[in-house]
Design a protein around this ligand. Structure first.
Ligand code: ZN
Length: 169
């Protein structure tokens, strides 16, 4: 699956990840765009679906949330540490966030929608996110990724080899 992203795309995306003004949502959108998916970010569904999803793919009835690890309590993530002071303030706040996220996902499922969470820290490994998205959002058989240009290169090489073989004969 990692091969679905060409080296060029990957380095372009990674350069965006390390950019100072880059927001996780923008990276996720760039990735989806590069993978050839159509989505909305300010459409009616972005406002009316449970949890107001960051990204909506109407065709796939899929809502994507790009979650900050700290606020949304990414399990086993070092970015989701609990502040040492004011725990009486933080813990109920975190709990509310987690409960809200859970309810939104539940409500989306009841409406027949798929919910995908992209964690902020995951955007450091775009190949993994890409693989997860492709698995959750199956394409039509006719769809071909631009990366398949690599295959054309291979054909050109084999034709060259074929040509040499012809010369021998
Ligand atoms: Zn995380």
């Amino acid at each position: 699956m990692a091969d679905k992203l060409s080296k060029l795309h990957r380095s372009w995306l990674m350069s965006r990840v390390s950019g100072k003004n880059t927001k996780p949502e923008l990276i996720a959108r760039s990735l989806l765009h590069q993978l050839g998916y159509r989505f909305t970010v300010t459409g009616p569904k972005n406002k009316t679906l449970p949890g107001k999803p960051d990204i909506v793919l109407p065709k796939y009835k899929t809502a994507i949330f790009v979650h900050g690890c700290f606020w949304h309590r990414h399990a086993n993530c070092k970015s989701a540490s609990t502040p040492k002071t004011n725990t009486d303030y933080w813990l109920p706040k975190f709990e509310r966030n987690v409960q809200r996220d859970r309810k939104n996902q539940h409500d989306l499922h009841n409406l027949g929608w798929q919910a995908i969470i992209i964690w902020e820290c995951e955007l450091k490994k775009l190949d993994t996110v890409a693989a997860r998205l492709i698995a959750a959002l199956p394409r039509e058989p006719s769809y071909s990724l631009p990366e398949e240009l690599d295959d054309i290169t291979l054909v050109a090489e084999s034709r060259e080899r074929y040509g040499k073989r012809e010369q021998k004969n």
